[in-house]
Design a binder for this molecule. Structure first.
Ligand code: AMP
Length: 151
């Protein structure tokens, strides 16, 4: 499997775990910007969501399996983004990427806001849709109130 478009010196290789609603868009936009991208999913049908223009790679497999991560050449990645639909899976892979493979940027999506701060302490950047959504809603409500005050 040939992964790199660029030479080793300016290597930019991101592995995305989970080709769902978030993983698909992310893989496509990073690849569009010229990055080397590989997206892993254990369901081969998940890759149908990628647009025909997607220029990155795909790999079918359970990303909690270390052999699958080796096949993805994780040791060459500078970023791993864990966006499966399961918090435990995302955390497990994020910890493997951080501790075992010393990946520089590791990001995990967590549905449970209470776990978010715990894993941040382990050096894993976390994205929590519930927290982000609440912040955005507060902003929108704030703007709506300001507009009401002007009228
Ligand atoms: P979504 O719920 O739309 O964000 O999609 C999550 C994606 O993660 C689905 O396509 C699942 O098949 C995928 N997924 C779940 N567990 C794993 C796993 N262990 N390895 C690889 N992909 C996974």
């Amino acid at each position: 499997m040939e992964i790199f478009k660029n030479n080793k010196k300016d290597r930019d290789y991101t592995i995305i775990i989970g080709c769902g609603r978030l993983g698909t868009g992310l893989a496509d936009s990073l690849s569009d910007r010229g990055g080397n991208v590989l997206v892993i999913d254990n369901d081969k049908d998940a890759f149908r969501k990628l647009p025909p223009s997607y220029g990155g790679l795909t790999l079918i497999g359970d990303a909690t399996d270390i052999d699958v991560l080796h096949e993805a050449q994780i040791k060459n990645a500078n970023a791993v983004v864990c966006v499966t639909n399961n918090d435990n899976t995302n955390i497990m892979i994020a910890q493997i990427a951080k501790e075992l493979f010393k990946i520089e940027h590791v990001i995990a999506r967590l549905y449970d806001p209470e776990r978010e701060c715990v894993y941040r302490e382990f050096g894993i950047a976390t994205i929590c849709p519930a927290v982000l959504s609440a912040n955005e809603i507060r902003k929108l409500l704030g703007n709506a109130k300001k507009e009401d005050e002007v009228e």
